[in-house]
Structures are given as C-alpha cells and as structure tokens.
Design a protein. Structure first.
Length: 278
C-alpha cells in the first residue's frame, strides 16, 4: 500500500487559510460627561493601513450581540466598525419595558444623545486603522432614528443608512444642513413606520435639499433584518418579524452604498495592493 504524505498538504492548507481575512473584535471604552460608554470595535487585522470607518447604532435593546454581528460583517468587508453604546455602561434590555425606559432616558435629552454619538465618532476617528475623513454611520430601529437625527443636525459624515428606523423628526432639517448622503430601508408592512411617515420624510428631505434614497420592501415589517425577531414578536406580542429576502437585499444595498460613498472599487478595496494600503 502506498502511503501518501499529508503533512505538507496540511501545512500549505494552513498557510492558505491563515492568509484570509481575520476579523478582530474587542470591547472598548470611551466617555462622555463622566459616563462610561462600552462599544465594540471590529476590523480585519490582515489589512494594513487606514480604511473607512463605520459607526453601528444598536436597536432599542442596547448594544447586544446583534449590533456586534453587524460590526463584524462590516469588518469582513474591509471597514473598521464601531458598534457604539447609546445607553451608557453597556446596558442592554431583555424586556420591552426596559428597552423603552433606556430609550426614553437617552432621547429625552438630545444634547446628551448627540454627545454620546459624537464621542463614539471621535473615538473611531482616532483609531490607527481608520481614515478619519471617510466615516459613515448605520443604525437599526432606534439606531436608524439616531443616525437620521445626526444627519439632520449636519454631522460631518459621508453617509448614513437606516434599517427599519423611525423617520420622524423632533426638529426637521433646515435647507442645506445635511452633509451626508442618506439611505433608508424600511418595510411596507411596518406599523411603526406607516406610509404617511415615509411620505412626510420624503417631503422633508426634498425641502432640505438632501441627497437621499428610500427603499421599501414589500411584505416586510418591523425588525426585518433580525433573525430572532419572530421569537421576540411571539414572546412579547410585538408586530415584528424576520424577512430573509429583505435582509439580504438591504445588506446588498448597504454594501453598494458604502462603496459609492467611499469611492471604492469592490475588487480593489480588500486588496493590500490597492492605492491607500501600505
């Protein structure tokens, strides 16, 4: 019987696998007015040099594994992502009553909410893997409303993207204020974001002269990107549900949106031989 040596093959397989992207995720801390904020930073440490940064704003449940997962997904695309903490001390909610409490406490003082967002923005810009001139922000549900609010205030962001986030405004955008390009993705059957709210948002953006796009997914309701939405909906009698197709399509739209915002070629972006990488 002929013995086939497998160790060399395994060795080269190891080298091949280890040369692929390796996402590094870590808990980080930063502060705003004495409050410790606990975020999650993710990046591909096989890429050398600076790259665009993306802030991820969590749902009303707080900075849980879902927001961290999205940060990891962005890191795999070649970005440095910071899933930030809007509630402080890394608080998360397991029940809608707690989620509502944390959300109300945060958004009752918009100066504090904006300050916490900007503290995360400043922290992200200072990271050695980040090009501080190329920053975007995305948000889910509560977080979607947050990133849209920051765009309305004229935050210096290249783009913001909202997934099933509230489109209502405490203060509407003034003409010429919005600097970021805006992508809104929402469900046609979302009771929290009815057609009237979508149309009002479009009117506001048109009046403000914003560069924006709204994509409405037929058959999708609230939290359509979260695979655990069905279980939570049944547990707490909430009108939320996962929609795999809308999830897939909306993420593809985000990928395209970010590439356009940062003027990146999709094939070149993750290559160490591309301009901008050293």
């Amino acid at each position: 019987m002929k013995v086939i040596p497998i160790l060399p093959a395994l060795f080269f397989l190891f080298l091949s696998v280890s040369s692929f992207a390796e996402v590094k995720g870590e808990t980080v801390e930063y502060t705003y007015e004495g409050t410790t904020l606990k975020g999650y930073l993710a990046y591909d440490d096989s890429i050398k040099g600076k790259r665009p940064g993306v802030l991820v704003v969590h749902e009303w449940w707080g900075l849980n594994d879902y927001a961290k997962k999205r940060a990891d997904m962005l890191a795999k695309l070649g970005y440095t992502a910071l899933a930030l903490d809007m509630f402080g001390d890394g608080k998360t909610a397991d029940h809608p009553s707690d989620a509502q409490k944390f959300t109300s406490e945060t958004m009752s003082n918009m100066a504090v909410a904006e300050g916490r967002f900007n503290a995360a923005l400043d922290f992200l810009k200072k990271q050695p893997t980040v090009d501080p001139d190329k920053i975007a922000a995305i948000g889910y549900c509560f977080g979607g409303g947050v990133v849209l609010h920051m765009a309305r205030t004229g935050a210096n962001l290249d783009g913001v993207a909202s997934f099933h986030g509230s489109l209502g405004a405490q203060t509407k955008a003034e003409p010429g204020t919005i600097k970021a390009q805006i992508l809104v993705m929402t469900g046609a059957d979302d009771p929290y974001i009815p057609t009237e709210q979508i149309e009002e948002f479009k009117k506001e953006m048109d009046a403000a002269g914003a560069d924006y796009e709204v994509i409405v997914y037929p058959g999708a309701t609230h939290s359509f990107t979260y695979s655990g939405a069905d279980e939570l909906g049944k547990k707490f009698d909430m009108p939320i549900a996962y929609n795999a197709e809308a999830d897939k399509q909306s993420w593809a739209e985000l990928e395209k949106f970010l590439k356009e915002e940062f003027n990146q070629n999709g094939d070149c972006f993750r290559s160490a031989t591309c301009p901008g990488f050293v």
